[in-house]
Ligand binder design. Sequence first.
Ligand code: HEM
Length: 241
Amino acid sequence: MGSCQSRQRRGRASISPAAREPSTVEKSLRNVFAFSVNMVPFHFEPLCQLDLSEKQKEIVKNHWTTTLLAQKPDLFYTTMVFSVNQSPKMNDVIAAGCQTDGNATSEFLVSAKMERMAMGVRDFFARQIFDNNLDSVLVANDARDIGAVHASYAQYGFKPAFLDIWQSNAIELLQGLLFEDLDEKVVFLSAWRQIIGYVSELMMVGYDAKMQSIRAGKRRATIHEQIETQNLITRRIMSLV
Ligand code: HEM
């Protein structure tokens, strides 16, 4: 910040007192340049890696069906229900498109959508565990992609902070699973904390990148109109000189 300020001061001091006012044409061109610079999207990179031991991976795999799905087949649905109860705004996102005849929101459609979503989440994690073998890069790619999908729900009120709420509810439900071997439970939970935290972070990265490209697209459309207008003004000015 300090260096930015001193660079600005140096910049100002170098302007000659005799510097002339830029012409209207120059001002127009500078505006076009400034808009173009603002179009460049800014990308975040994740700060963490998924670094699970072979033992953690094995325990997560072994307990997926025999413990997790056997004891709580609706764990991902319940996670969503708890999350909606804590943050009712999530319901608006889920209820979007579930109106019947433009009147009351159909409870049935909302709960069917939540079921569908819970199945989507369950399949997503199964894919990371069994197909992607919880590999850091493969999981990151899928999580970023699904984060980008969630950017299309922003228009209905989706917020990245929902993922934090979702995360803590999922962990709480996982903690309720019963294990014969308590040491295995400790390893299982430490692995899931990492997986869920990592997926959420990467989803936010994908969400954010997509939102920026949507905004950049909108800006591009506006800039296109502004450039057209500026070209018109420039042509008129040029015809006068
Ligand atoms: C780590 C957490 C989450 C994961 C891994 C996840 C993953 C998914 C997946 C895989 C789908 C299916 C997408 C498709 O088939 O195209 C989905 C759909 C959806 N998700 Fe999430 N999601 C998460 C959290 C949330 C949260 C907190 C909300 C809050 C409202 C949410 C809202 C939705 C909605 C509205 C759909 C569309 C459902 C439909 O129309 O079928 N998701 N999600």
